[in-house]
Write a protein that binds this ligand. Structure first.
Ligand code: FHN
Length: 702
């Protein structure tokens, strides 16, 4: 250890702080994980791949929500209030009444080694612990606040000790850090019942940045998991500079997308537009299949219903359900961050320990089918899931996760054209048990489960090696989605592989190998339904893919008497749940804007805005429009509802299309915001393009 590090360790030891001085990178990093790699902010795709490699390989981590809120544990002043880690906000507790909780923080049973070992034995390769949650209490001795562990009877450096223990167990230690801070004197917005004066956003950001530097320099987290980015004071610019600061301090670090403001609500993925963040963060939900390949994402989830400890929250998911969620997520190429909320004494709840132990037993035999795997090549498997990993020599290993064995014990792999490397598959948990026959049935491969195969009621994993990466035929590719058109066009039909032929019809009938035509392009000059299918050696493979194209006449432009630049707006106040409610609301204010945005919003929450005017269409054709909004919004052109994105929801983008003549067309946008983050972005796409861009200001008229 260098002299500097020795001195630092000495200083930390003298102050009762953990010896988790700037951690030595060598000697503790798990040998079976790719190394941490430092890359520049303008990293290449290869550099990004290297930096993300260990995290992608890990697939499974432990989330820990722990802090002062474990002391009340959902009770306040003798009453069961719920709220868990949100209790200050849920019960409207004044910070002056909440912050003294620190004098009760004395988790005498806190055993960081036990926590780290439980995570390791559960098959979790990384651990994300709350350094600071929304209540502002810091689980490490910070130079920049008194509201930290130093101010408690406990006084130990929780983060430092836990990081040391994780490293000793080969679990990568990481930090959750809340942007929102209900007790810091500079954080804005204040809670409505918090009458403390002052507050300064810029000063708060500087404070937060100083603490981030302190945390990274002292503990070296693998991931910084930001949260609480949704209040209006935190901006895209704040997200950008915070991400750049963090990656500048430690160029190896991985940062989630909640550092910035581009997260699409609880669905968690990052919208277009250069928002920072290395991975999406779906919360309490698992994305459906079909996420774009190469998108990094991690679902975070509670075992019961609470992130922070609540003794009465006993609604735990079963071990089987949790394991199958892990498998489902891995089969879609994502990571699973599973939460534990320790109690006020520093103990994991017994029900959580049981599930972690149960999941650990499954992982002890099947971890190879999770760690280091990639998503399934199949869209849907009725009997379970599939994960896969590369084999030396160019082959590929499929892990067939059998949740519900078919009655005939035939594990069918639809459309899998790649040949098996051996004529047998085997149980991952018992390779020596002898092979399971693998036969080709047309374009499918079928693995036969022998009677008496010992099945795991949670998930039986079979291994099937292929001679090359799996080629699976789901169906042909059709270049243009269904829709309306004005002028005739040609649509390209693609086969997934030269060995697979395509047959199509345009009269709505099912294509067969003999009577469908095999053109790789279809001229669409009238309203028609294109139905197409793949055939392998004359046998149908995958399903029929259908697209409907409707020929329409463009709507004529209007000739208003007088035209001026800009678009008119009116605002409304109220707790709306749909844009239709605006019709009954009184106008609060009105004016003219240069474009559709929220520059005129009367307040942060519970308001509506209506825009009316004209949009100038440059050329005749089918124009796409999209609304990206939180909460609901609609777009009408003439009297047609072109985009319906109404309802209470987090950031969500929806689109529609309409055929228009070049010229002016009347538009109306209705929007409402209930509570939380707000957003309204109107875009359009030109005929023949599927790229949506903001409408140029000069195109708005009134
Ligand atoms: O408000 C937090 C909540 O307390 C918890 O930390 C979750 C975990 O991702 N995130 C926020 C809710 O979306």
């Amino acid at each position: 250890m260098t002299l500097h590090a020795t001195l630092l360790v000495f200083v930390l030891a003298a102050t009762g702080r953990s010896a988790a001085a700037a951690p030595p990178e060598t000697g503790w990093w798990p040998a079976d994980l790719p190394p941490r790699v430092a890359t520049p902010l303008d990293e290449t795709e290869d550099q990004r791949r290297a930096r993300m490699a260990w995290w992608r390989e890990a697939r499974f981590g432990m989330f820990i929500h722990w802090g002062l809120y474990a002391i009340p544990g959902g009770y306040w002043e003798g009453r069961r209030t719920g709220g868990a880690e949100w209790i200050l906000n849920s019960v409207k507790i004044h910070p002056d009444d909440y912050m003294p909780l620190r004098f009760q923080f004395d988790p005498v049973d806190f055993d960081p080694t036990e926590w780290a070992m439980i995570a390791k034995n559960a098959g979790m390769r990384y651990l994300v612990v709350t350094s600071k949650h929304h209540d502002g209490f810091c689980l490490w001795p910070s130079e920049f606040t008194e509201f930290d562990v130093d101010g408690t009877p406990f006084e130990r450096d929780v983060i430092g000790e836990l990081f040391d223990a994780c490293r000793a167990e080969g679990v990568v230690p990481c930090l959750y850090h809340s942007i929102m801070d209900w007790t810091h004197p500079d954080y804005l917005p204040r809670r409505a019942w918090d009458d403390r004066p002052g507050g300064d956003h810029e000063r708060y950001v500087r404070h937060m940045h100083r603490q981030l530097e302190e945390l990274i320099d002292r503990y070296g987290p693998g991931v910084l998991w930001f949260d609480g980015e949704w209040e209006g004071t935190w901006t895209h610019a704040d997200g950008q500079r915070t991400y750049d600061l963090v990656r500048g301090i430690d160029p190896r670090i991985i940062v989630n997308n909640r550092v910035d403001t581009g997260r699409t609500g609880m669905a968690g993925l990052t919208r277009e537009g250069g928002y920072r963040g290395d991975f999406g963060t779906p919360e309490q939900e698992i994305p459906a299949t079909g996420l774009p390949r190469g998108v990094d994402w991690e679902t975070c989830m509670t075992m019961n219903r609470s992130w922070g400890y609540q003794s009465f929250d006993v609604a735990y998911k079963t071990t089987s359900d949790l394991v199958r969620k892990l498998v489902d997520i891995a089969s879609k190429g994502g990571n699973f961050l599973l939460n534990v909320g320790p109690d006020e004494r520093g103990r994991f709840p017994a029900e959580a320990r049981k599930r972690l132990a149960g999941g650990g037993r499954w992982m002890a035999m099947n971890a190879e089918s999770i760690h280091g795997t990639n998503g399934s090549p199949f869209a849907d498997l009725p009997w379970g899931r599939c994960t896969r990993s590369s084999l030396p020599g160019g082959g590929e290993r499929l892990y067939l996760h059998v949740f519900d064995p078919p009655a005939n014990n035939a594990i069918r792999l639809p459309g899998l054209l790649t040949e098996p490397a051996h004529r047998a598959a085997y149980l991952l948990s018992d390779p020596g048990r002898g092979g399971m026959a693998v036969e080709r049935d047309g374009a499918d491969l079928v693995v036969s489960l022998p009677d008496g195969t010992p099945l795991d009621p949670i998930d039986t994993v079979l291994v099937l090696d292929l001679v090359a990466p799996a080629l699976v035929v789901e169906g042909p590719s059709i270049a243009i989605e269904s829709g309306i058109f004005v002028d005739p066009f040609a649509v390209a039909i693609g086969s997934p592989d030269p060995s697979v032929e395509v047959r199509s019809t345009t009269d709505g009938s099912d294509p067969t190998f003999d009577d469908g035509f095999d053109s790789d392009r279809i001229d669409v000059d009238r309203t028609m339904t294109v139905r197409t299918r793949c055939f392998f050696e004359g046998v149908p493979v995958g399903g029929v893919v259908e697209r409907r194209y409707e020929k329409v006449d463009p709507i004529a432009a209007v000739q208003p008497f007088a035209i001026r630049d800009g678009i008119a707006w009116r605002t409304f106040l109220g707790a709306f749940e749909s844009v239709s409610a605006l019709a009954d609301a009184d106008v609060e204010s009105e004016g003219v804007a240069s474009r559709v945005d929220l520059s005129m919003q009367p307040r942060d929450e519970n308001f509506g805005v209506t825009f009316t005017g004209f949009v100038e269409i440059p050329s005749t054709g089918v124009w796409g429009f999209s609304l990206d909004s939180d909460d609901g919004s609609t777009l009408r052109i003439h009297d047609s509802l072109v985009v319906d994105n109404d309802g209470l929801h987090s950031a969500l983008e929806k689109s529609g299309a309409i055929a228009l003549e070049a010229g002016l067309h009347p538009i109306r946008i209705d929007y409402f915001e209930a509570t939380g983050q707000d957003d309204l972005i109107l875009k359009w796409s030109r005929p023949g393009s599927d790229t949506f861009v903001r409408i140029p200001v000069e195109r708005f008229k009134r």
